[in-house]
Design a binder for this molecule. Structure first.
Ligand code: HEC
Ligand code: HEC
Ligand code: HEC
Ligand code: HEC
Ligand code: HEC
Length: 367
């Protein structure tokens, strides 16, 4: 029994990330559960993998079809293409086609978004990066797919170009989410999994994890005459900050008072796109990239700029999420979170030098 499962596992070892995901051109193929697992729902894994299930449930992967930021954006652009990444199982696509694409009622499997089956089930077997234990083989049919532990695997959805309008899905040459390519420019000491799945964790912390952002980002301000030299530093990211969705922004605000409601100035950092000057008006090209670059040496990277001081006494750093067109549907933390705040160092004024001592006082003694 063990022997036959093993030869099956070895024959399948060549399954690569590109075969697993096919660049969101269609729903995934060959996602059928092992014979003893009734369905593709995460509930059928939670019976034995409860701790991982709970981590995943709190992750953005589990909310990739239901979170308010996605819903606001998908409502404006309900393309099949979106579904091929945000809920990519064939059963999910089928259920949505029945609902004419807009989710008007809960569709349980669709609402699981990127669930266990998306990453772990193909052709009646559970995919795992490493040789399975005897206990795992007793529990379900397994396939060893070493690429599951590589950045390329995550790039199956976290790296793609701007699409052309219409179906079948075709891509332009312009990267829309460029995270894998950005990561390739780093030292690559760590794979995506080492940072986002440390210890096998399935919570996938990222841009919605304020504690992680707080740990990663620093702001250094040096006053120079009527200007401020400002450095935004990211320490410990494996790509640009922000990376991923094209509407993500870091925003540095200068304030007159600590609790000022209206900033004196806001400086925004991320990637901006525009329609190409000639050619397809329905596609995008990169117009400007002001994100913090990937760390090409060590773990730190910096974006520097100068700002008018404008008498600013305080600053705060925000991380914002949605496209401008989605903002009206959203509020609070779905629009932006505050990551850091601080006081703007004031220029050191030369202390006036005393010319003469006032009469009748002893000269101050210096130790
Ligand atoms: C009947 C219980 C049971 C169910 C249901 C179950 N598993 Fe498992 N699974 C196990 C056991 C037991 C192991 C071995 C754990 C160990 O070695 O510590 C395991 C191991 C694994 C491994 C790692 C293999 C290894 O040893 O490295 C993966 C991946 C996995 N399961 C995924 C899933 C997914 C995805 C589902 C749902 C589709 C699922 N399992 C459903 C019991 C189950
Ligand atoms: C090829 C895969 C892929 C396709 C296709 C895709 N997305 Fe995404 N999307 C992602 C990934 C990966 C992320 C996570 C990146 C990040 O968090 O910055 C994401 C993030 C988002 C976010 C940000 C959500 C948040 O939590 O802040 C929105 C909104 C979004 N996608 C909407 C869409 C819409 C609408 C479509 C179709 C027009 C679409 N996506 C098509 C992969 C895809
Ligand atoms: C976005 C893809 C993705 C999703 C979704 C996902 N996993 Fe995983 N899982 C992985 C990867 C990648 C690894 C291997 C990590 C490594 O070896 O570095 C893994 C490892 C595991 C392991 C082995 C544990 C260990 O300590 O190495 C188990 C068990 C597992 N997953 C179960 C699940 C279950 C159950 C779900 C759903 C509740 C799930 N996974 C959802 C990608 C995913
Ligand atoms: C099937 C496509 C798919 C695969 C494979 C995938 N992801 Fe994702 N991932 C997504 C989507 C879609 C989102 C956006 C969810 C949302 O709407 O917020 C996302 C979100 C994330 C986030 C949260 C981003 C944030 O801003 O909070 C992290 C971190 C992440 N993925 C890491 C990984 C890693 C690491 C892997 C590889 C082990 C991986 N993903 C594999 C589709 C995928
Ligand atoms: C060295 C650690 C490290 C590695 C390697 C790494 N990341 Fe990240 N990632 C981070 C940190 C820290 C953040 C939080 C800062 C941020 O939001 O950009 C983050 C944020 C993200 C986000 C949220 C998007 C955003 O900028 O808000 C996504 C999506 C993501 N990573 C995906 C990936 C993928 C996919 C890979 C592999 C190709 C990867 N990461 C490799 C550390 C890492």
């Amino acid at each position: 029994m063990l022997g036959s499962l093993w030869s099956f596992a070895l024959a399948a070892a060549a399954l690569s990330a590109s075969v697993l995901f096919e660049g969101a051109r269609r729903p995934l193929r060959g996602v059928t559960p092992p014979p003893n697992i009734p369905s593709l729902s995460a509930h059928d894994c939670s019976t034995c993998h409860d701790a991982i299930y709970k981590q995943w449930l709190a992750s953005r992967h589990a909310q990739s079809f239901t979170n308010r930021i996605f819903v606001a954006s998908f409502r404006r652009e309900p393309l099949s293409w979106c579904v091929y990444c945000h809920a990519p199982l064939p059963e999910q696509a089928k259920a949505l086609a029945g609902a004419r694409h807009i989710r008007v009622r809960a569709l349980p499997l669709v609402d699981e978004g990127v669930n266990c089956a998306v990453c772990h089930i193909r052709n009646g077997a559970i995919l795992s990066a490493r040789a399975p234990s005897a206990a795992a083989l007793r529990a379900h049919r397994m396939r060893v797919v070493p690429s599951l532990a590589t950045s390329d695997f995550c790039g199956g959805c976290h790296q793609f170009n701007v699409p052309r309008p219409g179906l079948p899905v075709r891509y332009t040459a312009e990267p829309m989410q460029d995270t894998l390519a950005e990561w390739r420019r780093t030292t690559r000491n760590k794979e995506c999994q080492d940072c986002h799945m440390a210890g096998g964790g399935h919570a996938f912390p990222g841009g919605h994890d304020v504690a992680l952002l707080r740990n990663t980002l620093r702001v250094h301000i040096t006053p120079k005459n009527d200007r401020l030299q400002i450095e935004l530093e990211a320490n410990g990211a494996g790509h640009r900050v922000p990376t991923g969705d094209p509407f993500r922004r870091l925003q540095l605000q200068l304030l007159s008072e600590e609790q000022a409601a209206t900033p004196l100035g806001t400086y925004s950092f991320g990637r901006r796109f525009r329609n190409p000057p000639h050619g397809d008006k329905d596609t995008w090209v990169l117009a400007q990239d002001l994100s913090i670059p990937p760390p090409t040496q060590g773990t730190t990277a910096v974006r520097s700029f100068t700002a008018k001081a404008m008498g600013a006494k305080y600053w705060r750093l925000l991380f914002s999420y949605p496209a401008p067109s989605s903002r009206a549907d959203l509020q609070g933390d779905d629009i932006a979170v505050e990551v850091l705040r601080g006081a703007v160092p004031q220029p050191i004024r030369e202390a006036p030098t005393p010319t003469a001592l006032p009469p009748g006082r002893p000269a101050p003694s210096r130790p």
